[in-house]
Design a protein around this ligand. Structure first.
Ligand SMILES: [Zn+2]
Length: 349
């Protein structure tokens, strides 16, 4: 299947009542791990690359690896998403390269650190939406500010400093026409999300439910949604790592989100942990080994296991064959003729 639009994947997920994991990649082995997990579980999938990943791998390598994935797994609906675009220019360059969806994170200024005003966020996001929709590419916006920092992106601090205001979420969706919306409900990027198992005082699922009630047709996106399972932390520490004790977002909370409008779930940290644990194990147990395949193979297998589990938990497993790809050119027509419009957005009271 050619690369498809993330909007199509999320529309189908809404019809089917499930969520789709969006897994970050930087290299070939991670793409291979995700595609094998998608094949194993028969799942549609979103692969995403951050600005940091694009700088690490270089755009052309990433794009051609994604094309290889689409060629090798014609049965899997697959989209290529830009994670946390910081400016119009970053989104434009991703679209020109061939990404089939972009995130314009206008919640921060272009430095990727300083919170932006509501008006600044609307202005830059609207500009990206106009440019992207004309080309059949879907756009994710962000309202509220996530906590933590990853790949040099983020305001830092706890996830509770700038949680999303439901009224502003409605206004933002109306003014920008985004296809999906990332909201801040207390989660953070990176491994250190919570200092204890999160409850309602730090993870605001009630807020997510309130936003979904107001915006029932807008696909919600949960960022910073690795679960940071203890067994993956333990493997790293057992083989010489020094991770401090930490908690992520419990899978049952993500599943509650999926019941309430969450269609895209971003996962990066769990895969990083799986890879690092597997590599550390080989180094510790077989220090005589020096062929990179000896540790990259178990690392890839460990990531595949985590991704396949998440695909099953998010409910996307079994849905790869539900639909045929809509071409990006036809998506552009749909935006132009209004058939992809989500308006009116707001539920009748
Ligand atoms: Zn994020």
């Amino acid at each position: 299947m050619p690369l498809v639009s993330t909007r199509q994947l999320l529309d189908e997920a809404a019809k089917g009542g499930y969520g789709v994991g969006a897994f970050n990649v930087n290299d070939m082995e991670q793409i291979q791990a995700i595609m094998e997990a998608a094949k194993e579980t028969n799942s549609p999938v979103i692969i995403q690359a951050s600005r940091g990943a694009r700088a690490f791998a270089q755009d052309n390598y990433l794009y051609h690896l994604m094309l290889a994935a689409a060629e090798l797994y014609p049965q899997i609906p697959l989209s290529m998403h830009l994670d946390h675009g910081n400016s119009f220019e970053t989104c434009e360059s991703a679209i020109k390269l061939g990404f089939t969806s972009v995130m314009m994170d206008g919640s921060l200024k272009p430095d990727g650190k300083t919170p932006a005003t509501f008006e600044e966020n609307v202005e830059v996001t609207r500009k990206v939406v106009d440019y992207a929709h004309e080309r059949g590419i879907s756009v994710e916006g962000e309202i509220g500010v996530l906590g933590g920092i990853e790949d040099g992106h983020g305001a830092g601090g706890s996830g509770l400093e700038h949680v999303t205001d439901p009224d502003q979420a409605v206004e933002f969706a109306e003014l920008t026409g985004v296809d999906s919306l990332a909201i801040a409900i207390g989660t953070s990027h990176g491994a250190y999300k919570f200092s204890k198992k999160p409850d309602g005082s730090v993870l605001k699922m009630d807020l997510l439910i309130a936003i979904h009630k107001r915006l029932p047709k807008t696909h919600l996106v949960m960022h910073g949604s690795s679960s940071v399972p203890k067994d993956l932390q333990d493997i790293i520490n057992q083989y010489g790592g020094k991770l401090k004790e930490t908690w992520g977002v419990p899978v049952e909370e993500i599943q509650l989100g999926i019941k309430n409008g969450v269609r895209k779930v971003n996962v990066d940290t769990d895969n990083r942990l799986a890879i690092t644990g597997a590599i550390r194990k080989v180094f510790a147990e077989s220090p005589e080994k020096f062929d990179p395949r000896d540790y990259m193979k178990p690392a890839r297998a460990a990531m595949q296991k985590v991704v396949a589990l998440r695909m099953t938990q998010f409910g996307q497993a079994g849905h790869a064959g539900d639909y045929k790809a809509i071409s990006i050119a036809d998506m552009a027509k749909g935006y132009a003729n209004g058939s992809l419009s989500t308006k009116p957005l707001v539920a009748a009271k």
